[in-house]
Design a protein around this ligand. Structure first.
Ligand SMILES: Cc1cc2nc3c(=O)[nH]c(=O)nc-3n(C[C@H](O)[C@H](O)[C@H](O)COP(=O)(O)OP(=O)(O)OC[C@H]3O[C@@H](n4cnc5c(N)ncnc54)[C@H](O)[C@@H]3O)c2cc1C
Length: 622
């Protein structure tokens, strides 16, 4: 039978073409099922949003929360705000010594004079403690501990259950009164239903993330799963038709049809996307992974459009989601001059952007492009994520603002090029440095609906360059405390490094942070795993700081912080009782897993004493 493309779309005659039913070109029950699947998934997500609404509401009742976390801007440094009058104890002596050391320290990463700036006292500021809404009811705390437990590195029982439900919904849609061999179009409808969802979960500015209070990187596991389901469905759909056409002896005729050719293009696209998305490519050649995504999705959408008219609304929805994300990304992008400095002890480059000093929350990250020929032919175009290591209003040498600070550890070609670029800068009073134009996009991620200053205690467990995350968070907590806007009574920083020499450039900063944290005492424990090359002068360290070999015993640390917090008794910060302990972790996946295990091991009675333990995880990769 020869096929006439002009009569091909005329399905009203009911004529059967080369193994294809006329109904294959029109909407049919399968497409309704796909549509209802999407509605069901959206309804489940809406329920999740509703559960998180009290937290979102509590946060957004504070005007300051609207200003931070969405767009960068610059604010004029105002006169120092009056801080809550703080009582200085015996630590004053070590404060002086810390300051002396700063002036001697030529290669310090931070100039802590901004802290002195904050020390000027005026009238006590009015206290304005943030509201605290726990992540769950006290009765459900044990359930949350169970859901957080790991089934695989970096993967929790909660995430597994979530994916199991997702899989169940898609399986129902695919197999309800249908078999992939007799009804291969059904799998195509499943793939179609996933198209906008996969895109929505991939965008940096997705509505779901905003409503749930989760950064796009936290929803990445859903994006990957939905993507895999799409790939599977497209392959089942194609194999089903190949089988059907072969059985009917119409394979060669069918494969020439334009809509089938477009379908074939779509199949090749999704398979390429899948192959180049595997950890092998993501970790070894990130740019190949990224380019394959752009090309693959760029071709997939026209392929879907021309494959079947019923797909057009889904393609349009996908394009709308993508266009909105692109628009927001443009609005969130700033081009500024940055000062870059190499910090050899930490093997990283410090990037300082003084003209961006507001608009983010601690723990958020940016996408950074360095617009310099020194980054190589393609390097200047590449965007890399880095966590913000400052809290905006920091004042540097001579009262100048540090603004947004990033610490970029040498990890591969791009970060090595950045370090080399910084090294060939000129000498200044702060060491080697140079100015470059940068493009900063963000801020993204971060604490979401949680207000870290609303907990009774905060523990930060970080490894290596994860210190950037802890620095911004602790500085923000200290600042809020000085403004009378923090409930935190005890802060603990646990930093794991390979070489104790990594501590040297941060020592002045650590000393000053401890000095400032009078009302929320900060304790810093540094652990190192490699034998030191040189003797470290522990006498430069504040008494609240320790340096020890080996790995930390996390359960013990958590117990200590609970004891410290509960031991302080109820003050004006927590008149209504303790508001919980935040345990935030940033580093390799293994570190997060250990932290979650340690939190799970805390006795129920101890957990309840402090008002519950909540966890925040950051991993430098996806
Ligand atoms: C949310 C987030 C926050 C981060 N914050 C910091 C930080 O504050 N300080 C810091 O030193 N590092 C941070 N990183 C890691 C940093 O982004 C990578 O080390 C850097 O991009 C490596 O680039 P490269 O070309 O030098 O190395 P490569 O050898 O190309 O890559 C090394 C590793 O980084 C990953 N990677 C490479 N390029 C990207 C990219 N564009 N996006 C995401 N991952 C990529 C690769 O998958 C690989 O696993 C963060 C990563 C993420 C995801």
């Amino acid at each position: 039978m020869s096929l006439n493309p002009t009569t091909y779309w005329n399905v009203s005659s009911g004529e059967k073409f080369a193994g294809l039913d006329p109904s294959d070109f029109t909407a049919r029950p399968g497409s309704d099922l796909a549509y209802h699947t999407d509605i069901f998934i959206i309804a489940v997500l809406a329920l999740a949003v509703l559960c998180r609404f009290p937290r979102a509401f509590a946060r957004l009742t504070r005007a300051s929360e609207w200003k931070n976390g969405y767009f960068f801007h610059h604010i004029r440094p105002s006169a120092p705000k009056p801080s809550i009058a703080v009582r200085r104890g015996p630590s004053q002596r070590s404060q002086r010594s810390a300051k002396t050391m700063v002036s001697d320290e030529s290669d310090t990463v931070y100039d802590p004079t901004y802290l002195a700036y904050r020390e000027r006292k005026g009238e006590p500021a009015p206290r304005n403690y943030p509201p605290h809404v726990a992540v769950c009811w006290p009765l459900l705390r044990s359930t949350v501990v169970f859901l957080r437990a790991r089934v695989a590195p970096g993967f929790s029982i909660g995430q597994t259950l979530c994916l199991a439900v997702y899989f169940g919904v898609l399986a129902y849609c695919a197999f309800y009164k249908s078999s992939p061999f007799q009804d291969p179009v059904r799998a195509g409808f499943v793939a179609m239903s996933q198209l906008p969802i996969v895109f929505a979960l991939a965008t940096k500015n997705n509505l779901l993330g905003v409503l749930l209070g989760l950064g796009y990187e936290k929803l990445n596991f859903l994006h990957r799963f939905a993507g895999k389901m799409l790939v599977l469905a497209v392959n089942v759909h194609s194999v089903g038709y190949f089988y059907k056409w072969s059985a009917e002896g119409t394979f060669t005729q069918s494969i020439k049809l334009p809509m089938v050719v477009w379908g074939f293009v779509g199949l090749v696209c999704v398979d390429i996307l899948y192959v180049f998305s595997t950890p092998f490519w993501r970790q070894r050649a990130y740019n190949v992974f990224l380019s394959s995504h752009f090309i693959g999705f760029g071709l997939l959408l026209p392929a879907c459009w021309f494959h079947k008219p019923v797909m057009v609304p889904y393609v349009l929805a996908t394009l709308a989601i993508y266009a909105l994300d692109r628009l927001l990304r443009i609005l969130k992008t700033r081009i500024k001059t940055a000062t870059i400095r190499p910090i050899p002890e930490l093997g990283l480059t410090r990037v300082e952007i003084p003209h961006l000093n507001a608009g983010w929350r601690a723990g958020q990250h940016v996408q950074l492009r360095v617009l310099s020929a020194g980054m190589g032919w393609t390097g200047w175009m590449e965007a890399h994520p880095f966590t913000i290591a400052s809290c905006g209003t920091n004042i540097g040498v001579g009262g100048a603002q540090e603004g947004l600070v990033l610490m970029c550890k040498k990890a591969g070609d791009w970060t090595n090029d950045l370090f080399e670029l910084a090294k060939v800068g000129g000498y200044s009073e702060r060491g080697v440095q140079r100015d470059v134009k940068v493009m900063v996009e963000g801020p993204y991620g971060g604490p979401g609906h949680a207000i870290w200053a609303s907990y009774s205690a905060a523990v930060f467990i970080v490894g290596g360059s994860g210190i950037t995350f802890a620095l911004s968070a602790i500085q923000e907590l200290i600042q809020k405390d000085l403004d009378g806007a923090s409930r935190v009574k005890a802060i603990e920083l646990v930093w794991m490094v390979q070489d104790p020499a990594s501590l040297t450039p941060l020592l002045p900063m650590f000393n000053m942070m401890i000095q400032q944290s009078d009302r929320a005492p900060l304790r810093i424990c540094v652990y190192y795993t490699r034998a030191p090359n040189m003797t470290f002068h522990k006498d430069l360290m504040h008494p609240s700081m320790s340096l020890s070999p080996g790995r930390p015993r996390m359960s013990r640390i958590l117990e200590d912080v609970i004891t410290r917090t509960v031991g302080l008794g109820a003050g004006d910060k927590d008149r209504l009782g303790h508001t919980g302990m935040l345990v935030a972790c940033c580093g390799p996946v293994g570190l997060s897993d250990d932290m979650v295990k340690a939190v799970g091991n805390v006795e129920k009675v101890r957990r309840n004493q402090v008002g519950g333990i909540e966890v925040h995880e950051e991993v430098f990769g996806w």
